[in-house]
Design a protein around this ligand. Structure first.
Ligand SMILES: *Cc1c(COP(=O)(O)O)cnc(C)c1O
Length: 410
């Protein structure tokens, strides 16, 4: 069987193949960047138009009650909960991932007084370290200690307040063992905050089974919530009464519409909201989350492993000859749903692929990164991408001046 026949056979046997119809993907486009911006749900335009015309336009302010706008952050949080192995009352949609990091890093530090270090992984997504530094600077009695991933277990000492980690690494796709690292942190008396931005909706996440404390995640990647979609946060139920958000806005108050002069945090996960949410953005995220309706999470995770494994096999057959070096783990249980390859010409290759309708992205200095979204990518997408890479390299077609030009967003 040729590679494309095998791809077609795997797609024909894929139990969640029909989910692709839930998205509007331009004809002929091979979209391998759903780990950066998820594809648009087909019903997002109509869903948003309905909200704008009927709810905002006609029902106006009564919509906060009539359409339960005020309950949207908790309702959408409850829909995300099964995707991350949490209970519905442990997740809320709010703010951005960066803001949620700030809130939970600060809340964790307050819960671990006298412990001076926030431990994180060197080379992780910058905003996570930036926000931790912001909290440390504001508090004045903490430092951020960034160590190599292998050094994490040993670095968890009695002076660590919080271990802050991405579950799946944004560059390499390496996936941490959440159960093991959480247990190690707890043994050292620290809390753990997991960033699930590159995991949620693609690979298994079992927050409660791992006894995780805190988590944040992104709404616009595999959750398909649209550009700049609201993010989510998780606080284990056992910790909710003890933790308070430093951004003590009125939407986290026990009774916002009592207009009480004193701040009194709401019970439960609601206290981690800050101000009035963007209802338009929540409406788009609701359409994104609906793309998961009725789909077995196990089938999503199996498809992720199948797509990435199939692509890797194609690259192994050919692309190694052209200098692509895998920067992601080979074991599917140790990686997320994207694969990165180091190559000295990764940027022009990425641009040349885009010119052929194959969209991945580039992470400096030399990584070509390709994301496989289980709900809508196919094995044929993976085959086309690998085939195009080989063709570009064999013919030298990647090496045109236009493909070397810089861009602001990569
Ligand atoms: C995508 C991503 C973010 C995004 O943060 P924003 O506040 O939405 O810009 C943060 N952390 C990680 C690990 C990410 O992958």
């Amino acid at each position: 069987m040729t590679g494309s026949d095998l791809a077609r056979a795997l797609d024909a046997a894929d139990p969640i193949a029909p989910a692709r119809d839930r998205f509007r993907i331009p004809d002929g486009l091979v979209y391998l960047d759903g780990n950066s911006l998820g594809a648009m749900p087909s019903d997002a335009p109509a869903g948003m138009a309905d909200l704008v015309e009927r709810q905002w336009g006609r029902d106006l302010i009564s919509s906060w009650n009539r359409h339960d706008w005020v309950g949207l952050p908790l309702r959408l949080g409850a829909r995300i909960a099964p995707l991350v192995g949490a209970a519905p009352d442990e997740v809320v949609v709010a703010d951005t991932t960066s803001t949620n990091l700030f809130k939970l890093v600060a809340a964790a530090c307050a819960a671990r007084p006298g412990r001076g270090r926030i431990l994180t992984e060197r080379g992780d997504f910058p905003t996570d370290a930036y926000m931790a530094h912001g909290v440390a600077t504001m508090l004045g009695d903490r430092v951020v200690d960034a160590v190599a991933p292998d050094a994490l277990p040993e670095a968890i000492g009695p002076d660590v307040a919080l271990v802050l980690l991405s579950h799946v690494h944004y560059r390499t796709g390496a996936r941490h063992d959440m159960a093991r690292l959480t247990a190690l942190a707890h043994a050292g008396g620290a809390l753990v905050l997991w960033d699930l931005s590159h995991s949620t909706g693609a690979v298994p996440v079992a927050l409660d089974a791992c006894d995780a404390d805190l988590a944040v995640g992104c709404g616009y990647k595999y959750l398909n919530g649209g550009p700049g979609a609201p993010a989510f946060l998780f606080v284990a139920r056992r910790l909710q009464p003890a933790l308070v958000s430093p951004l003590s806005g009125w939407f986290g108050h026990a009774a916002p519409f009592a207009f009480d002069g004193d701040y009194r945090p709401a019970d439960g996960i609601a206290r981690f909201q800050c101000g009035t949410p963007s209802v338009l953005a929540l409406a788009a995220l609701a359409r994104g989350l609906a793309t998961f309706d009725g789909i077995d999470p196990g089938a999503i995770h199996a498809k992720s492993a199948s797509l990435t494994g199939f692509f890797l096999d194609r690259m192994d057959e050919t692309a190694g000859l052209h200098g692509f070096a895998l920067a992601s783990p080979r074991d599917p249980a140790r990686r997320g749903s994207h694969l990165s390859f180091a190559h000295p010409h990764a940027w022009p290759v990425c641009r040349a692929l885009a010119a052929r309708g194959i969209v991945g992205d580039f992470r400096p200095p030399d990584l070509l990164r390709l994301g496989f979204a289980p709900l809508y990518n196919t094995h044929l997408d993976a085959w086309r991408a690998a085939d195009a890479i080989v063709d570009l390299m064999r013919t030298g077609a990647w090496d045109r001046p236009a493909f070397h030009a810089a861009a602001q967003v990569t």
